[in-house]
Design a protein around this ligand. Structure first.
Ligand SMILES: *Cc1c(COP(=O)(O)O)cnc(C)c1O
Length: 434
């Protein structure tokens, strides 16, 4: 097997995600043979630093030996058992540990496999809760402008990315979209958004089930930050009008924003918490929705139909839960949150040259996420930058003109320097002569 052979066969047989396949006629797919730490290696001996944690899932490096060992151990016992009518140790222990991380305020875990299904589960659970409470008209949802909550049909209803929705508009149940509290627009943006929320709730709370947000960072929108105070106030309004808050921490959970969960910084407990992506350290698909006793009790009844009858075949997969437990072990044993925090002053020095670069705008950092916009004339900036970065042994995928870093937490100082230097080198594509 070599690069050329594999990429041609992949082009013919595999339909790749989020891709116009025809574009790959001029820009080859990259076959990866193996991974180790932050590095991915192709068949021709080239390597790439995984600066986006393979779409934000990889927390502790590729083939992390501790997660590998946990999976090997579990493989000697049980790979999977259906979770309807059965249970197993990994799912019980994982649920208990996650609930403890919310100080037991979210004590009930419902499992799915990918992020979008966690969104679906939270939306359905919220509306079904109100129905069980005798308020069946509460079926509406509110989302923020530019929000991203996944691409299945229900999730697209609360996702405000025109490009992803356009072709499917007739199939989607629309939600109410509030202005984004984008901190690049100044303090007024958060105020406008909260005012719009209040106005909407005042008029429509009887038809509204929930507000769904990506706490602190709207990731797919281009790492758009907002203050914890916005979230705190939005939650307060939700409580005032009896509307649920769904915290979609699929991208920002597991330490990305500097605390284990992002919503901790807003001093609140959401009604629903969606988790996925980093949960298994990038090893296996797993997602879940965590919720409160109040929600759980509203479904607890003699009648079957009052239960939450949602299911997925791989719900609570045993191997995936074992990987997730290994991830939680690493957080504890290596004091990951504290260590990431203690490295920030070093990171600030390492990124100084980027912040000073004339084409770099809005440089921002929170926890283990860095982002900036690039002032560049090229209409093909995103693709051209991606390709330039690959030539510098770096995997980055800009969102429009926003370049962001979301590396595995295990990145060494030298590797972080490579990330910065390769980015600086790749910015040369914006020089007039290139
Ligand atoms: C990625 C993402 C999703 C969807 O997760 P998938 O596993 O890709 O379906 C939902 N919400 C947020 C905030 C995400 O970043």
């Amino acid at each position: 097997m070599n690069n050329q052979d594999l990429l041609q066969r992949s082009h013919a047989a595999v339909w790749h995600p989020c891709t116009q396949m025809k574009w790959h006629e001029s820009f080859p797919i990259i076959p990866i043979q193996r991974g180790e730490g932050v590095w991915l290696y192709d068949y021709d001996g080239r390597r790439y630093l995984d600066g986006v944690s393979s779409w934000w899932v990889n927390l502790f490096g590729h083939l992390n030996p501790r997660i590998v060992a946990a999976l090997h151990a579990q493989l000697g016992q049980l790979e999977h058992v259906m979770l309807a009518g059965f249970t197993h140790e990994p799912v019980v222990r994982l649920s208990e540990r996650l609930s403890a991380l919310t100080k037991r305020r979210l004590g009930h875990c419902f499992y799915g496999s990918d992020g979008a299904s966690a969104t679906e589960m939270a939306l359905k659970m919220s509306a079904h809760f109100w129905r069980n409470q005798g308020q069946p008209a509460k079926t509406g949802f509110i989302a923020l402008a530019n929000s991203y909550h996944g691409e299945t049909m229900g999730a697209l209803g609360v996702t405000d990315v025109p490009l992803f929705r356009e072709a499917y508009a007739p199939l989607i149940k629309n939600s109410v979209i509030l202005p984004s509290p984008d901190s690049r627009l100044g303090a007024d943006a958060a105020r406008f958004s909260l005012e719009a929320l209040q106005r909407h709730l005042q008029g429509h709370h009887e038809q509204t089930a929930a507000l769904i947000v990506e706490p602190l960072i709207q990731a797919a929108a281009g790492m758009v930050f907002h203050d914890a105070e916005f979230l705190h106030q939005a939650h307060r309004l939700c409580q005032e009008y009896s509307v649920h808050l769904i915290a979609d921490e699929i991208a920002v959970g597991f330490g990305r924003t500097g605390t284990f969960f992002a919503h901790e910084q807003a001093a609140l407990t959401p009604d629903f918490l969606c988790l996925s992506k980093g949960i298994t350290g990038g090893f296996l698909p797993l997602s879940l929705v965590m919720t409160t006793d109040e929600v759980y009790q509203a479904f607890y009844d003699d009648q079957f139909g009052r239960g939450f009858l949602h299911s997925h075949s791989y719900t609570g997969n045993t191997l995936a839960c074992s990987a997730a437990m290994a991830v939680l072990d690493i957080f504890e044993e290596d004091r990951v949150i504290e260590v990431n925090r203690s490295r920030q002053s070093h990171f600030a020095v390492a990124t100084a040259a980027l912040r000073a670069h004339p084409a770099v705008l809005n440089f921002r950092q929170r926890g283990m996420i860095w982002a900036f916009e690039v002032a560049c004339e090229r209409a093909d900036f995103s693709r051209a930058f991606h390709q330039a970065a690959l030539r510098h042994e770096l995997l980055l995928r800009p969102i429009g003109t926003t370049v962001y870093f979301m590396p595995p937490y295990t990145i060494s100082d030298a590797e972080f320097q490579h990330l910065v230097d390769a980015t600086l080198g790749s910015l040369d594509i914006c020089l007039p002569e290139s």
